[in-house]
Design a protein around this ligand. Structure first.
Ligand code: SF4
Length: 291
């Protein structure tokens, strides 16, 4: 049970609500964090990305597949679900979209052919949350399995880069999901897995109580920084005044953190430093060469 921190007047201090995505966005780039979570009205985003369409279509098909009766969980039904829910945003043209629909269909069919349809996950796209004495963190797990009495966090990946156990070990999101699942279900949850659908490889890490605790402390540290920045923003920025305004103090609190990721940033159009740091990418540029 979480112990809430006491404020100055003896009142419980409000826990900082966050998601792994919010914390990671702050780490990646405070300016992008500001535009994603604080500026209102929200700045216009760039065009949608084709790789996000592939990722969302595949995730939706797999979630739908697990919701079918076990007897209907066949590779063909996974392929049908993929076709039915195919998202077309971000592709160069209809031909590229159709090509990727076929590739993605083959990818999910290949993946589910290696699963036991009789297995019943504990959760599919399951929302989990937990509190510490500083934060309340929430997120959605692609799949939560129970194997040999322990819970296992499964995250599907469709990007082009193959993944390693180090990716699974260092993932803040996976660790927070494992910690939250273990607390919510009152069962051990140490294993986290990244299932890379393009290659069929699974990157695994087994956490310990200590390593989960280190991730939680890290989440609290990041949340403390975010919380201070949020507070500063509320005090200094009038509603509606933020978007596009140059402001030295503003940039000191939410500095641009330029790098190769700027080429993929949804808000690069509002960020001269980011546009100078990396060329803009075509919306389909992150599609893997081979699947
Ligand atoms: S373009 Fe780069 S520096 Fe600018 S907001 Fe995006 S990630 Fe940050």
């Amino acid at each position: 049970m979480a112990i809430e921190q006491l404020g100055f007047e003896g009142m419980p201090k409000r826990l900082y609500p966050c998601t792994p995505s919010r914390l990671n966005t702050w780490l990646d780039c405070p300016r992008r964090y500001r535009m994603t979570y604080l500026d209102r009205p929200k700045p216009d985003r760039g065009p949608p990305w084709a790789h996000n369409s592939v990722g969302a279509s595949v995730h939706n098909a797999l979630a739908g597949w697990w919701r079918l009766p076990a007897t209907d969980r066949t590779p063909e039904s996974a392929g049908r679900l993929l076709e039915r829910g195919w998202l077309t945003d971000g592709f160069r043209d209809a031909a590229q979209s159709a090509d990727w629909r076929q590739r993605s269909r083959a990818m999910v069919e290949r993946y589910v052919a290696g699963l036991d349809p009789a297995d019943e996950p504990v959760g599919v796209e399951r929302t989990v949350s937990m509190k510490t004495h500083l934060i309340t963190v929430q997120g959605r797990i692609d799949r939560l399995d129970r194997r040999h009495g322990e819970l296992v966090v499964v995250d599907y990946k469709t990007g082009r880069r193959p993944l390693t156990s180090d990716d699974a070990r260092s993932s803040l999101a996976l660790a927070l999901y494992a910690a939250a699942s273990g607390r919510m279900m009152r069962a051990p949850c140490r294993l986290v897995e990244l299932h890379h659908l393009p290659t069929g490889e699974v990157a695994v890490w087994e956490h310990t109580e200590d390593s989960l605790d280190r991730h939680l402390r890290r989440a609290e540290d990041i949340a403390e920084e975010c919380g201070q920045a949020d507070e500063w923003y509320r005090e200094h920025i009038a509603p509606g005044a933020a978007a596009g305004l140059p402001h030295a103090e503003f940039d000191a609190m939410f500095p641009p953190r330029t790098g190769v990721l700027c080429g993929w940033c949804d808000y690069a159009r509002h960020c001269p430093e980011g546009r100078a740091a990396a060329p803009a990418r075509d919306p389909w540029a992150a599609l893997p060469d081979e699947v």
